[in-house]
Design a protein around this ligand. Structure first.
Ligand SMILES: Cc1cc2nc3c(=O)[nH]c(=O)nc-3n(C[C@H](O)[C@H](O)[C@H](O)COP(=O)(O)OP(=O)(O)OC[C@H]3O[C@@H](n4cnc5c(N)ncnc54)[C@H](O)[C@@H]3O)c2cc1C
Length: 464
């Protein structure tokens, strides 16, 4: 048997790659994982979802402690201890990473700690010169930080990425955040809540342009109330650096504005990590977005190679990376695969209040010409949210004229938890009446979902 030939080979052992390897190993024996990172575990565990949510949760608790008097509490002083916060993040993440490393290093797989590039359609070369071949290959090399061509940005030393922000063990005095996407906004609020002076600069009229203007407006108001200096509708012109600080010049409403801060955080997005893979040798094409071109089960143009996760897109969401990896590995071995999902089906933004979406939103329904009804309910008019002082946000429901639920949008405290009521309902083709016939406990935040459901049922003349 050729020791350098495998039934299935994965390049990149993050969320998508590990899911693919695990799934392939259910039916074939010789599965290889090639990962060239210094630390195994992938983006989500090491420098993405998990460290960010660990820090964001601490910052939320600190925020509540500082607002203690609102809840009748006397908390004389509440402050972050950045060294402790950092150590807690390190310890927490280590636990998750250790578990993943144990899986990757188990004798179920052959693990190569190398970088790889294609040499032929089903052959790769490792960075130590070894050549490996496989019947089927999965590309799951993730994404890297994008550096747009803003004068100064690429050349300056010391510009932070999210990796740096998630690894801070000191409190930055001041930070300029470039960008208004999900990572930019989640970490803007984190930095601001732990005590940095934060200026966020966004090109679009709203931050979080993937959500409705109503949703982003709620977050913008909260950010400004909490002390973030937020500039939207801007054009960044140049960035420079002195010994003391970074200086960002931008245009807004035909005026030139200069902002300075000790630190600069480039949060202008990520791009698919394909540059060093020599994809031409394998006959694999890219899309205009830079993602690898894939079919419904994540097949590339090469019939024996698949791509999943951030490198394939269309979204950078970890549960999508996992589902794609699993489905692709099943397809590669001719197993039955569930119809691919709508990858945009579920989204959560971990600002506070959170934004969470399931199914279709208003913009999509309008673009698709769907005849729909919608209703919403504000968080400042419900018992549980009032007693929790969680008054920012709303619940919105979209349904068709028969009452079938098409989408749910929740902006509010822990919306990312509450949205799963809609995720389940829409997945099961439930109607507003089906949901209204379910029991809802009082007093809960979930109960708020029933108010727009009732409004829609009444509008459509449906009995419940
Ligand atoms: C700050 C931040 C917060 C986030 N928060 C969330 C969140 O809350 N929820 C959510 O759903 N998503 C979140 N994401 C996105 C999520 O982390 C990613 O969508 C997901 O981790 C992508 O997984 P992947 O398997 O595609 O890639 P990765 O996990 O990045 O794995 C790619 C692997 O490939 C390896 N590799 C790369 N090139 C090569 C090569 N040539 N040879 C060998 N190995 C190679 C890398 O070393 C890496 O281990 C966040 C991202 C960031 C940056």
């Amino acid at each position: 048997m050729n020791p350098n030939h495998f039934d299935y080979l994965v390049i990149g052992g993050g969320s998508a790659g590990y899911a693919a390897a695990r799934t392939a190993r259910e039916v074939v024996d010789r599965v290889a994982i090639v990962d060239g990172s210094e630390h195994l575990g992938g983006l989500c565990i090491l420098k993405g979802c998990m460290p960010s949510k660990t820090l964001i949760y601490s910052a939320e608790v600190l925020h509540h402690a500082k607002q203690g008097s609102l809840l009748g509490l006397n908390i004389p002083e509440a402050n972050v201890d950045m060294k402790l916060l950092h150590q807690r993040k390190v310890d927490t993440i280590k636990e998750f990473a250790d578990y993943r490393v144990e899986g990757l290093e188990s004798d179920r797989f052959t693990l190569f700690r190398n970088r790889a590039e294609f040499t032929r359609p089903t052959s790769i070369r490792l960075d130590d010169g070894r050549e490996l071949t496989a019947d089927k290959i999965m590309i799951s090399t993730g994404s890297i930080v994008q550096v747009p061509p803003i004068p100064g940005l690429a050349d300056l030393e010391g510009v932070w990425t999210s990796d740096d922000v998630l690894d801070l063990d000191f409190l930055p005095e001041s930070v300029i955040v470039l960008g208004g996407g999900i990572v930019a906004s989640e970490l803007t609020q984190f930095l601001n809540r732990v005590g940095s002076k934060v200026t966020q600069i966004q090109r679009n009229e709203h931050i979080l342009r993937e959500v409705s203007p109503e949703a982003s407006t709620v977050i913008e108001n909260v950010f400004r109330n909490e002390g973030v200096e937020l500039h939207t509708g801007t054009k960044i012109l140049s960035i420079s650096r002195t010994d003391e600080c970074f200086e960002v010049t931008f245009e807004k409403d035909e005026k030139f504005i200069i902002k300075t801060a000790k630190h600069l955080f480039n949060a202008l997005g990520r791009i698919p990590n394909t540059q060093s893979l020599n994809l031409e040798a394998a006959g694999i094409q890219l899309q205009e977005t830079g993602h690898i071109k894939t079919g419904p089960f994540n097949q590339t143009d090469n019939p024996n190679v698949y791509a999943a996760g951030d490198v394939a897109g269309p979204v950078e969401i970890v549960h999508v990376a996992i589902v794609q990896g699993e489905a692709a590995a099943k397809h590669a071995s001719g197993r039955k695969v569930r119809e691919p999902s709508d990858w945009d089906f579920l989204g959560v933004i971990f600002t506070d209040p959170q934004i969470a979406l399931a199914g279709k939103n208003e913009a999509t329904l309008k673009a698709e010409g769907v005849d729909f009804v919608s209703a919403d309910y504000p968080w400042d008019d419900h018992g549980k949210s009032i007693l929790m002082e969680a008054k920012h946000g709303y619940v919105r429901v979209f349904a068709d004229r028969t009452g079938k639920i098409l989408g749910g949008e929740i902006v509010g405290k822990d919306a990312g938890e509450l949205i799963h009521a809609f995720s389940v309902a829409i997945s099961l083709n439930a109607s507003v009446v089906d949901l209204l016939n379910a029991p809802w406990y009082h007093p809960t935040l979930s109960e708020m979902i029933t108010y727009p459901l009732e409004e829609i049922a009444e509008e459509l003349g449906l009995e419940f």
